[in-house]
Design a protein around this ligand. Structure first.
Ligand SMILES: [Zn+2]
Ligand SMILES: [Zn+2]
Length: 241
């Protein structure tokens, strides 16, 4: 859909389903992604985290660093941010993804970081995605692709369908469990490419690192991660790693 049509659709939909701030639920204009109060009060992670590892307390040098760069818009520990991530994850509401996309485009320009050649979402198991109807990482990838004018490729990384849950595992076992969950399209040639990998939340970074290893094995020279939110150290969440 073209930008104009998309805007027109958003405007018309707003008459039937008024647009809401994903963080607090208050009504906002059809072309806004966040209300003024939340924009002022919620801490922005990109101002506070290390650009290399995405953590407030830098963990570069801990060994878990295949990813070259991290962009993160919010801290997941804030309950309002959790609300917004859940609205993306469970209902496919894209306001927080659109905010993150705009934010990342702004940071790249401000910090003189070259645009990636392509965007790859962290994949979801096919069965799970069919059941849910979408993959929230893809929704974010599409928004970022639109802001940066960079293509999204969903045919490079894949995830096996697995019932394995990752609750209550420490950092090490979490990393070990991520290995083998993903596979790649061996026909893809990413020689010399800079790739941006998208996911809704980054906790330990194990998932994003595993994706980065696969992309580099296909020839990628630089990988950056883009997430809506990053957890503070010593916190874990649900099924994601
Ligand atoms: Zn709000
Ligand atoms: Zn760091």
């Amino acid at each position: 859909m073209t930008g104009k049509l998309e805007k027109c659709k958003a405007f018309l939909l707003d008459i039937i389903f008024p647009n809401r701030c994903p963080f607090c639920g208050s009504f906002i204009m059809w072309n806004e992604f966040i209300c003024k109060a939340c924009d002022e009060n919620i801490e922005k992670a990109n101002d506070a985290v290390c650009r290399s590892c995405g953590k407030r307390k830098c963990v570069c040098g801990s060994g878990n660093t295949d990813i070259d760069m991290v962009f993160a818009s919010f801290f997941y520990n804030d309950s309002a941010v959790k609300n917004a991530v859940m609205s993306l994850k469970l209902r496919g509401e894209i306001n927080i993804a659109a905010y993150t996309a705009k934010d990342i485009a702004f940071r790249m320009k401000k910090e003189n970081i070259p645009k990636p050649d392509m965007i790859v979402p962290v994949p979801m198991g096919r069965k799970k995605q069919r059941k849910r109807g979408y993959n929230q990482a893809e929704l974010l990838a599409e928004q970022i692709g639109r802001y940066l004018g960079v293509p999204v490729d969903k045919n490079i990384l894949f995830k096996y369908d697995t019932k394995e849950e990752q609750h209550n595992f420490g950092m090490k076992s979490r990393e070990e469990r991520v290995k083998g969950l993903f596979y790649k399209n061996d026909d893809a040639d990413l020689s010399g490419k800079r790739v941006l990998i998208c996911d809704d939340v980054m906790t330990t970074g194990a998932t994003l690192n595993e994706c980065s290893v696969l992309l580099k094995s296909l020839g990628a020279v630089h990988t950056a991660a883009a997430v809506c939110a990053v957890t503070e150290l010593n916190t874990t969440l649900g099924e994601d790693a």
